[in-house]
Design a protein around this ligand. Structure first.
Ligand code: WT7
Length: 659
């Protein structure tokens, strides 16, 4: 855990400052709503005020926080329904004709969905789910592309008090099956496929495979997406188990009451990778979650009533859950939702979308920004991006160079950049600048939001006032995870045991002389590839599940575009030949086991792995080796020289042998 990424010093050299632009400050909601003054009181009072201002309660809460480490309860005696907050209350307030989503499919097809239409579709699908036997507390697995039926399914679950577990469409059948099993999902909602880079990427075959391996799925609902827009692949439907979404919806009623839920009732599960091979089912509940995501969305992006907002993440990750679905809808905001990749049909697809819809606020990831940098400024230059007012970044540290490029070429030097730090577990944004208020520094997430208590500590748990250490959170926050599904011990051990009473984030961070926070990256065995969290152990265990592999060690090596790239050191068994095709097969095997995002970029064969005396793999040393090499994209290096090199470096001493 003493691994501190070498880049820490690079960040500290960054001294450029960008004061809030006067025109943004002049209309800042933060200033208008007097948030600074509110923030002077206690955190509990602050969040209670936000919960009353931004959320509609059926029964108002009288209790704010009940905190017994590690269990937090926020607004526990209040009741509400999240779907009612996101839809019905806006329709009732006369906003039914306001657009909720400007949805755009990759092939160019579009759907404009108003709040009234979305409310009706959600109510209908809620009735469909009920008809399939889904009730309060039941888990529904969701494996869908970026189509409107994805938010519809999530909100339909919320409406009837069911719990959704969305699995990103890039995960494999195996990964889906594990997640279905872990929480005993009753129904699976999927699609024939979605469009990616001009091709139909099918989901139903993987969904079938997953369902076959599990025992709890009673019904599968299938949205017809690719089949309805040009793909003629035959989709097999199992009679009695599988149903087309459009058939079930044809005579569903729009009359469906919202269940009255307790503030601490489970809203959803979202699996994320930890330091073991088994992903954790992160639990998010109702009232506190909605309060914090609505608050952060309103003020971090300074969302005004007529804004067009676009979060370009995938709903399959927490960014999409909180900032494509729940927060923008709770705030009655108009969003753009896009199905496909940024390079189809051209590398200017994002800028084209921004121009056509007049997007005011864009929220994307550093890895995307670095990709756009590679494609060149001529792509954004083809379009009028003058509608943009605020730019967001999330998922990994943004390097100052990418920040400057974003600021200059996308923001036209006039848009504040909000570098938002948070995690699946935090549910909502925790550390971020406020547009029109905060002076930013490229690469720094600046300061914790009000009501959020962040501290950096050293190895021993002492507070670090200036300098580097581990990021911790000292007080519960409303959208905090409430547990790990089925594993309270793991919840405690992972987050609450290292520094008693504090939440251990797993990120290294620095606080500079001006008090700015710089989040550097993970300090545990977790990689961050294109903003996606991947466990080294999970990839290692996928590799050793191939009978030809004796041992494997996986590291995240610095990569100019994706942040980190997965490099696997593999020791094949006995006389297995170290061939390129073995490397290829192993890469494919990992993709089958987990998903394409977890496929190693490079596999390096070695007949030995460097270990400490206690048998722990010295990943830091392997990372040095990986980063010192010119690593190809798919090339498999069957490289006997590696071991020699590893041995030599280990003998040289240095930080890597100290462990
Ligand atoms: C990890 C959480 C937040 C939603 C998407 C990722 C890294 C996230 C930042 C940022 C530096 C960041 C951290 C964190 N991270 N945002 N602005 N600056 N690092 O959610 O998959 O749960 O990953 O992403 O390492 O722990 P996630």
């Amino acid at each position: 855990m003493s691994d501190q990424p070498a880049t820490i010093e690079d960040y500290l050299d960054e001294n450029r400052k960008f004061p809030p632009p006067a025109d943004v400050a002049a209309r800042s909601l933060w200033i208008q709503d007097g948030i600074d003054a509110l923030a002077e009181g206690s955190s509990e009072e602050f969040w209670a005020a936000q919960a009353r201002a931004l959320v509609t309660w059926r029964k108002p809460f009288t209790e704010v926080l009940d905190w017994q480490v590690p269990n937090a309860k926020w607004f526990a005696d209040g009741t509400l329904n999240v779907a009612e907050n996101c839809l019905d209350r806006h329709v009732t307030a006369g906003m039914g004709d306001k657009v909720a989503y400007h949805w755009e499919g990759e092939p160019g097809d579009t759907r404009t969905i108003t709040y009234a239409e979305l409310r009706d579709e959600v109510a209908k699908f809620a009735n469909v789910l009920k008809g399939l036997g889904v009730g309060r507390g039941d888990r529904v697995a969701v494996y869908l592309p970026m189509i409107p039926e994805l938010p519809v399914t999530m909100l339909a679950c919320a409406r009837i008090g069911a719990v959704h577990s969305v699995v990103f469409g890039g995960f494999s059948a195996n990964a889906l099956a594990d997640r279905i099993d872990d929480s005993d999902c009753k129904v699976l909602v999927t699609a024939d496929g979605g469009w990616r880079r001009g091709k139909a990427a099918l989901l139903k075959p993987a969904a079938d495979e997953a369902v076959e391996r599990t025992s709890t799925i009673e019904h599968v609902v299938v949205v017809r997406r690719t089949g309805a827009s040009g793909d003629d692949t035959e989709i097999s439907m199992t009679a009695g188990r599988d149903h087309w979404y459009h058939d079930l919806m044809a005579d569903a009623s729009t009359d469906c009451a919202c269940e009255e839920m307790g503030a601490e009732d489970l809203l959803y599960l979202l699996y994320t990778s930890g330091t073991t091979a088994k992903p954790k089912g992160v639990m998010h509940t109702t009232g506190g979650y909605l309060t914090q995501v609505a608050f952060t969305h309103r003020y971090v992006f300074d969302i005004h009533p007529d804004d067009i907002y676009w979060c370009a993440a995938d709903v399959g990750w927490v960014t999409g859950h909180s900032y494509i679905v729940y927060a923008p809808l709770a705030n009655g905001c108009t969003s753009v939702m896009y199905e496909g990749t940024p390079d189809h049909p051209g590398k200017d697809r994002f800028w084209d979308i921004i121009e056509r819809y007049g997007v005011n606020v864009l929220y994307t990831a550093p890895t995307a920004i670095r990709t756009f940098m590679k494609w060149g400024i001529e792509e954004p230059a083809k379009h009028d991006l003058s509608s943009l007012r605020v730019l967001g970044s999330v998922g990994e540290p943004i390097n100052p160079e990418a920040w400057m490029w974003y600021h200059t070429n996308i923001g036209g030097e006039r848009c504040p950049i909000v570098d938002t730090w948070w995690q699946t577990e935090t549910g909502g944004i925790m550390v971020s600048p406020i547009p029109g208020v905060t002076t930013t520094k490229p690469g720094s997430a600046t300061f914790p939001l009000p009501g959020i208590s962040v501290e950096i500590v050293d190895e021993a748990g002492n507070k670090v006032e200036r300098g580097g250490g581990y990021l911790t959170i000292t007080e519960p926050w409303p959208s905090m995870l409430r547990g790990v599904w089925g594993d309270p011990e793991r919840f405690f051990d992972t987050y609450w045991s290292r520094y008693p009473g504090r939440y251990f984030v797993g990120d290294g961070a620095k606080i500079d002389d001006d008090g700015y926070y710089w989040v550097i990256g993970r300090v545990d065995d977790v990689m961050n590839v294109s903003g996606h969290r991947i466990s080294t152990t999970e990839v290692e265990s996928a590799l050793v599940s191939d009978p030809r592999v004796a041992e494997a060690a996986v590291v995240g090596a610095t990569d100019a575009t994706t942040g980190q790239a997965i490099v696997a050191f593999v020791t094949p068994k006995g006389d297995t030949e170290w061939t390129e095709s073995l490397g290829e097969e192993l890469r494919r095997h990992v993709a089958d086991e987990i998903g394409k995002i977890s496929r190693p970029k490079t596999i390096i064969f070695t007949d030995d792995l460097p270990k400490t005396r206690s048998g722990k793999i010295m990943r830091r040393l392997l990372r040095d080796v990986a980063e010192g090499r010119d690593l190809g994209d798919t090339t498999t290096l069957a490289d006997p020289g590696v071991v020699e090199e590893i041995r030599r470096r280990a003998e040289d001493g240095g930080p890597t042998t100290a462990e």
